[in-house]
Design a binder for this molecule. Structure first.
Ligand code: ADP
Length: 600
């Protein structure tokens, strides 16, 4: 499949052509157009191992876009299957990559107030591409989409309700980049993304940090607009919103003027006069105090965010640097990492100094024995857009078979030690009823859970015994207990909260309290029929037309003898208004997009 990718910004145009064959993606053509001045622009084209650069007679981005068909014809590039576009702001409405129609284009247009610089430029490219290649699917890939998994506690500003109801919230950007580098880091480490807590640090002209907890963005430093967070080339990053009142009273500045200055005249430019980190580093090295302070502020703010996100995830396995500064400035990486030794992150200064990113490399630059890995890699937004576009196209496939859905009420799996402590040494639980999964049963015995807020009685115990005690409850149960457990796959119990189990003979304070991540058990035969593989993430529609829901991020677990069945908890069942047995159907379009989280 051949995909044309158009990344159209306010002042530059980047174009790529990708051949996609399953997981393989090859960029066969690449062009950049920028510095539009006095009827001309600079360009660079890479094709067939040759590169050509110079200036072209294009006065603006539209003219450059309109000239593309002639350039493709000149290079004898054949027809495309689709065009993938980068769209910066998808608002609340767009959570996945989407094939565009006229109505969706209007919806994206209505988001312009949220991204006045970016979205109009992105849409211009969509409009021109629709004219130039009529009938070709146009797919929008949103910078905000990867952050759709951020929980309300991360996305909500503490402001009046009317403002929040009007759509004021944090969205986050650079999602395509964060998603790609997290995937690349996991690949380099050799562990699945779902087992890793990663902080992705994208430092370019725009800069942001993202907390990626087991493959999911849970927080990111940019907010409603791309101004919040880190110090950037010309953007301030975090400021006290009180400055609006101060500047209005002190200098009589209008809101538009302040906003313009925070966007275009702040950051490195505001601190030093130059928005370019190379210039700032050179000036700092030659002793200029403003540039030295700017570098310190830049590094300090980034380090604070890394620490904060390690706290948000309850630990940290890897930090990934990307973007022009993250990829190229060894001294900035070192400044950011120095001081993070307390959390087990130590840099190897020689490795940091000699980073080579050729051939999509992702070198590790932590010191021997550092608990946290540090990785540097080039971001590949165009490549990700091409892959997401291919996935969105594949989503047009027909719906698949249905899967039985079972609702798991709260329950406990006990270890031998836990049975001893709660019921007496050597006690054997009584098998009362077999479960549908072969070899598993419910015990006749029950126990009580206790947390700081209250108790839950008569909690079911499921056998057989396990190596580690695991307590699975719903979010609602978490409130009843006064404990906030994480959503985890079964068996992933590291760092989970402690709860008290009360049995007839004794009590036991144990960790292992989780909200079980929804999952589908299946066997190799059914998996093949349904087109599923172990570890795949799918989306499933459950319930009727009125109250039915699509449950995203559902993990496939293939076991030799497992019965095919989806497990959700009582909160999820109530939300979709279903009873204890129901059927779900895989949603092919969404499924494919979700798969891209692990295997972009
Ligand atoms: P964008 O966000 O526009 O894609 P880039 O990711 O290309 O930007 O990053 C541009 C930034 O990277 C600029 O501040 C530039 O000075 C900085 N940069 C590029 N190379 C180096 C280098 N060798 N040392 C320090 N900074 C660098």
């Amino acid at each position: 499949m051949r995909i044309l990718v158009i990344n159209c910004g306010s002042s530059s145009l980047k174009v790529g052509i990708f051949e996609i064959d399953g997981p393989q993606a090859t960029e066969t053509f690449k062009a950049t157009y920028d510095r539009f001045e006095q009827g001309r622009c600079s360009y660079k084209i890479v094709y067939g191992g040759k590169s050509d650069a110079g200036d072209a007679p294009y006065a603006d981005i539209s003219t450059a876009l309109m000239a593309l068909p002639a350039i493709f014809a000149e290079h004898e590039i054949g027809a495309f299957n689709a065009v993938g576009h980068r769209i910066v702001h998808g608002g609340e409405r767009f959570r996945i990559s989407t094939i565009l129609d006229a109505k969706m284009i209007d919806t994206i247009e209505s988001l312009t107030p949220l991204a006045p610089l970016h979205n109009p430029a992105n849409l211009l490219a969509v409009r021109i591409a629709t004219e130039v290649w009529p009938g070709l699917p146009q797919v929008a890939v949103f910078d905000t989409a990867f952050h759709a998994t951020n929980p309300p506690r991360a996305t909500t500003y503490a402001v009046p309700k009317a403002w929040r109801e009007a759509g004021l919230r944090r969205f986050g950007f650079h999602g395509t980049s964060h998603k790609y580098v997290a995937f690349r880091a996991a690949e380099e480490i050799g562990e699945p993304l779902r087992d890793l807590r990663i902080v992705s640090v994208h430092l370019g002209n725009g800069a942001s940090v993202c907390a990626i907890n087991r493959g999911e963005s849970i927080d990111t430093s940019m907010g409603m607009t791309p101004i919040e967070g880190l110090v950037m080339g010309t953007r301030s990053g975090d400021v006290d919103p009180g400055l609006f009142g101060f500047l209005a009273r002190q200098f009589g500045l209008a809101i538009g003027q302040i906003e313009h200055a925070l966007y275009n005249e702040s950051g490195l430019k505001g601190l030093t006069g130059s928005s370019d980190m190379r210039t700032v580093e050179d000036r700092a090295a030659s002793g200029e105090a403003d540039s030295q302070l700017a570098i310190e502020i830049f590094a300090y703010r980034t380090r604070k965010y890394i620490g904060a996100y390690a706290a948000a995830m309850g630990g940290l396995d890897a930090v990934v640097f990307t973007g022009g500064i993250g990829e190229n400035s060894a001294s900035m990486r070192r400044r950011i990492c120095d001081g993070l030794e307390f959390m087990g992150l130590r840099l190897d200064h020689d490795r940091n100094q000699s980073v080579d990113l050729g051939g999509h490399a992702a070198p590790q630059i932590q010191a021997y024995g550092s608990r946290v890995r540090v990785i540097v890699t080039e971001t590949a937004e165009q490549l990700m857009i091409a892959r997401e576009t291919a996935v969105a196209l594949a989503g047009k496939a027909p719906a698949m078979d249905t899967i039985p859905v079972a609702v798991s009420a709260r329950h406990v799996h006990l270890s031998r030690g836990a049975v001893d402590a709660l019921f007496g040494a050597g006690y054997q639980l009584t098998q009362s009823a077999p479960l549908r999964q072969p070899g598993q049963w419910a015990a006749a015995e029950r126990l009580t859970l206790e947390g700081p807020k209250g108790q839950i009685d008569r909690v079911a115990i499921l056998g057989p015994e396990r190596k580690r005690t695991q307590i699975e409850i719903s979010r609602t149960d978490g409130f009843a207990l006064g404990i906030d457990p994480p959503v985890r796959d079964s068996g992933k119990l590291e760092g989970t909260p402690i709860v008290r189990l009360i049995g007839p003979v004794g009590n036991l304070d144990t960790d292992g309290l989780i909200i079980a991540a929804r999952h589908i058990h299946t066997n190799p035969h059914d998996a093949a029929r349904l087109g599923l593989t172990d570890g795949m993430i799918v989306d499933v529609h459950i319930g009727d037309e009125e109250r039915g829901l699509v449950f995203g991020k559902t993990m496939i677990r293939v076991g030799p003898d497992s019965l095919t069945e989806m497990h959700i908890d009582t909160d999820e069942a109530n939300a979709a208004d279903i009873r204890f047995q129901a059927e779900g159907s895989l949603v092919p379009g969404l499924r494919a997009v979700a798969v891209a989280t692990d295997e972009p």
